[in-house]
Design a protein around this ligand. Structure first.
Ligand code: TYD
Ligand code: MG
Length: 460
C-alpha cells in the first residue's frame, strides 16, 4: 500500500499543501507551513487514489422518512433563553462554538448548562484552563455542586474523547479550544493548525457518536473567534456573548445556526450566584432616569425574533481641532455618517463642525436599519439641547433622498411600545397601523424634516 505522505498546514491561512515550501502558495506568507501527520481519513483517500486495493467505507443510504423518525430529541439546556437562541434546545450530534471576551461568563454559563443536562444524562466537562478543584469551587458558588457532572482537567484531546466515549456522554463541553492539543499535530495548543485539527476531530466525534459538543473559544482583539474565522465553518452553530463593559447583562447571539434562525438573542444577567435568565429584556434596556434628557430616545428594534425597546443616546459637541469625530457604539458608524449627510441636505441640520457620539445603551449590537430615524432625532435633540418626550418612541429607515421608509414588523413593534406604556410613536407612514392602538398616538411621517417637527413640537 502506498505510504501516506505528510500534509503541510499554513499557520496564517490554514490552507493545506502537500509539500513543504518556504512560502505558502495560497496566501503568500513566509515560513508559515507546519507539518502534520496525515490523518487516517487522508491516508485512506490517497491510498485509494494511488490504486492501492482498499475499499472506501461508504455508509448505506437511509430513507428520509425513517431518518426523520429517528431524530433524537433536543436536550434542554435548563435555560429557555439559551434554548431559543439554539433553535429549541441542543441537538444531539451537533457542535456549537461559544465565543466571547475572556471573563464575560462563558465557563460560568456552560458549567450551569452542563449541570442542568447532567440531571438526566451523562455529561463530561473538560477544562484545559482550570483544575478540577477550581471548577468545583465555582460549582459550589453556583450552587450546583451536588450534580452528577464529570469534570476532567485535561488539555489532551485524545484523553478527553476517550473519557467521553467511555462514559457514553450525551453532552461534552470543551473549555477552551485554545488550550486543547491533539496528538496528530506537532504544534502547541492555540496554534492555528491545532485549533483546526482539534475542532475537526470534535466534529467527527460528535457526528459519529451523536454526542452534543459545545466548544468555548476566546475572542481575540480582532473580534473573531480564535483569530482566524476558520472554526466557524467547521461547526454547526456559532454563539457569541455580547456585553457592555461594566454591565452585568449578557446577551447570547447566534451568528450561525444549522438548526435554527440566526441573530436570535438570549438575555442573561451576571449575579453573585452565576448567570440568571432575563425574561423581560425590554425592561433592562430602559432603566433610565424619569426626566427626559437631551440626546436620549427610545426605539423598538427587532433584533433576534422579538421586539425590544432600547435607549439610544447621542452627544454632539463643538469640534475642538482636526477632523470631526463620528463614533458609534452598537451601531454602524458609516451609516451614522450617512445620516449626518442626509440631515444636512434634507433637514438643514448641520453637524459638520461637530464631534458626534452615538451609543446603544446596554451593550447590544443593532444590525437592522430601524434605528435610522431615532438616531436622527437624538442627534437633533442633543444639538438643540431640547428633549424628546420620555413617552415617545420612534423607528424607521431613512433613505438618501431624505425619505422615511417602512421597516418590517411595524405592528409588532408598536404593540410592544404600547405594552410598555409609551404614549406617542413617530413612525414611517407605511407603518401606520390599520386599527388604532389604545393609548398610543401614532404620528406617521414621510420625510426627515416632518419627523423632526413631530418629535419636538410636542410637550412632554
Ligand atoms: P467566567 O465564566 O470565568 O468567564 P470566561 O469563561 O468567559 O472567561 O466568568 C468570570 C467572571 O464572572 C468573573 O469576573 C467573575 C464573574 N462571576 C460572577 O460574577 N458570579 C459568579 O457566580 C461567577 C461564577 C463568576
Ligand atoms: Mg473560562
Amino acid at each position: 500500500m502506498a505510504r501516506a505522505s505528510p500534509v503541510f498546514i499554513c499557520t496564517a491561512c490554514s490552507g493545506e499543501t502537500v509539500k513543504w515550501q518556504g512560502q505558502c502558495p495560497l496566501c503568500g506568507e513566509w515560513n508559515s507551513l507546519e507539518q502534520r501527520a496525515s490523518s487516517a481519513r487522508h491516508a485512506a483517500g490517497r491510498g485509494a487514489q494511488g490504486g492501492a486495493a482498499r475499499a472506501l467505507e461508504v455508509p448505506p443510504p437511509r430513507r428520509l422518512d425513517a431518518a426523520v423518525a429517528g431524530i433524537e430529541k433536543r436536550l434542554a439546556s435548563g435555560y429557555e433563553e439559551l434554548d431559543r437562541v439554539m433553535g429549541g434546545g441542543i441537538v444531539p450530534g451537533s457542535v456549537t462554538l461559544l465565543g466571547g471576551d475572556p471573563g464575560i461568563g462563558k465557563s460560568t454559563l456552560l458549567l450551569q448548562v452542563a449541570a442542568n443536562v447532567a440531571g438526566t444524562n451523562a455529561v463530561v466537562y473538560a477544562s484545559g484552563e482550570e483544575s478540577v478543584s477550581q471548577v468545583a469551587l465555582r460549582a459550589q458558588r453556583l450552587g450546583i455542586e451536588g450534580r452528577k457532572l464529570e469534570v476532567i482537567a485535561e488539555s489532551n484531546l485524545d484523553a478527553i474523547l476517550a473519557l467521553a466515549s467511555e462514559r457514553k456522554g450525551t453532552l461534552l463541553v470543551v473549555d477552551s479550544i485554545q488550550t486543547i492539543e491533539s496528538n496528530t499535530v506537532a504544534t502547541s495548543a492555540g496554534a492555528v493548525s491545532q485549533l483546526r485539527e482539534c475542532t475537526a476531530e470534535l466534529v467527527r466525534y460528535a457526528k459519529s457518536t451523536s454526542t452534543a459538543v459545545i466548544i468555548i473559544g476566546h475572542v481575540t482583539k480582532e473580534g473573531t473567534i480564535a483569530g482566524p474565522r476558520m472554526l466557524e465553518h467547521l461547526v454547526d452553530t456559532v454563539l457569541y456573548f455580547e456585553s457592555e463593559a461594566a454591565s452585568r447583562y449578557r446577551i447570547v447571539r447566534a451568528t450561525k445556526n444549522r438548526f435554527g434562525a440566526v441573530n436570535e438573542l438570549g438575555f442573561f444577567a451576571m449575579a453573585e450566584s452565576g448567570l440568571k435568565e432575563v425574561r423581560n429584556p425590554s425592561a433592562i434596556f430602559l432603566s433610565r432616569a424619569p426626566e427626559a434628557a437631551p440626546g436620549s430616545i427610545v426605539t423598538v428594534t427587532r433584533e433576534g425574533g422579538r421586539p425590544l425597546l432600547i435607549e439610544l443616546q447621542a452627544l454632539v459637541d463643538r469640534m475642538r481641532f482636526g477632523a470631526p469625530r463620528r463614533i458609534a457604539q452598537g451601531l454602524d458608524s458609516n451609516r451614522v455618517a450617512m445620516l449626518l449627510a442626509v440631515m444636512n441636505r434634507h433637514a438643514q441640520v448641520s453637524l459638520q463642525e461637530h464631534d458626534v457620539f452615538v451609543n446603544v445603551v446596554g451593550g447590544i449590537q443593532i444590525s437592522e436599519t430601524g434605528w435610522d430615524l431615532p438616531v436622527v432625532l437624538a442627534l437633533a435633540s442633543s444639538l438643540s439641547d431640547r428633549t424628546v418626550p420620555n413617552s415617545l418612541i420612534s423607528f424607521g429607515e431613512i433613505g438618501l433622498t431624505g425619505e422615511v421608509r417602512p421597516v418590517a414588523y411595524g405592528d409588532e413593534r408598536l404593540r410592544e411600545a404600547q405594552k410598555q406604556g409609551f404614549k406617542v410613536a413617530v413612525v414611517p407612514r407605511e407603518n401606520t397601523p390599520r386599527k388604532p392602538l389604545d393609548g398610543l398616538h401614532v404620528i406617521p411621517v414621510a420625510r426627515v424634516g416632518e419627523a423632526l417637527e413631530a418629535a419636538f413640537s410636542r410637550s412632554p
